[in-house]
Design a protein around this ligand. Structure first.
Ligand SMILES: [Zn+2]
Length: 233
């Protein structure tokens, strides 16, 4: 019984607690001071989706803006043509896992397979070398995430502003949330795909229609993380 308890404690320390401490340290180095002055990074997670990604790309094009899309391997398999379109339009693709598993609620075995499958889908599209950022699902990491990011030479990608477009909010509420948090120099978390909510991804599209004209008027420069982060820290 004691042995089992020790094993569980060691597992928790190795798999979750130590990575969480590493996570806190890493996040400290990825604060908004690294985003160039006058820049804003829009990031879109959990896509690509047939419902909203193409609409988002059209809007970004209309405002001559670039963004970063953190795609899921399982969604890439369904819409590889949308991933190619994202890249063709000059945006950045970031990695976000295969199935959006929670790093703390999944077994190491299941989570390892998820990372391998995510890696494979990017490799199959021949874009793996272009993918420089990894955003862990739910913003949480475990030991495997840490090892994967370190050994694949990627960087963790977090955010400063989460207006919670995945909750039951109106586009106006989401836009106001962004404006009240002074977006200049920030990384904004939005979603072009849905994994665990009934809220329509079109909410994000409608939100963009509200925020893009304002950013344009304020002459903020919207760019992908790889371009907007000074010295690409
Ligand atoms: Zn996500």
């Amino acid at each position: 019984m004691m042995l089992l308890l020790n094993v569980i404690i060691i597992f928790l320390i190795m798999y979750i607690i130590l990575p969480v401490i590493a996570n806190i340290v890493i996040r400290k180095f990825l604060k908004r001071k690294y985003v160039r002055k006058g820049y804003v990074c829009l990031t879109f997670d959990d896509g690509p989706s047939s419902q909203s990604t193409l609409k988002i790309l059209s809007l970004l094009k209309a405002y001559n803006s670039k963004a970063t899309f953190f795609v899921l391997g399982s969604h890439i398999e369904k819409h590889p043509e949308i991933v190619n379109r994202i890249l063709k339009d000059g945006h950045e693709i970031g990695e976000h896992g295969y199935q959006h598993l929670h790093p703390w609620k999944s077994s190491p075995w299941k989570y390892a397979i998820d990372l391998i499958k995510s890696h494979k889908t990017l490799k199959n599209l021949n874009i793996h070398d272009q993918v420089l950022h990894f955003r862990p699902p739910f913003g949480k990491i475990n030991l495997l995430t840490l090892l994967y990011v370190v050994f694949s030479g990627k960087k963790f990608a977090y955010w400063d502003i989460d207006p919670k477009d995945y909750k039951n909010k109106s586009p106006k509420q989401i836009a106001n949330e962004i404006f009240t948090q002074s977006p200049q120099g920030s990384i904004i978390l939005l979603h072009d795909g849905r994994t665990n909510s009934n809220n329509s991804a079109d909410i994000t599209v409608e939100t963009l229609k509200l925020i893009l004209p304002v950013f344009d008027k304020e002459q903020l420069h919207l760019d992908s993380m790889v371009n907007a982060i000074a010295n690409n820290q």
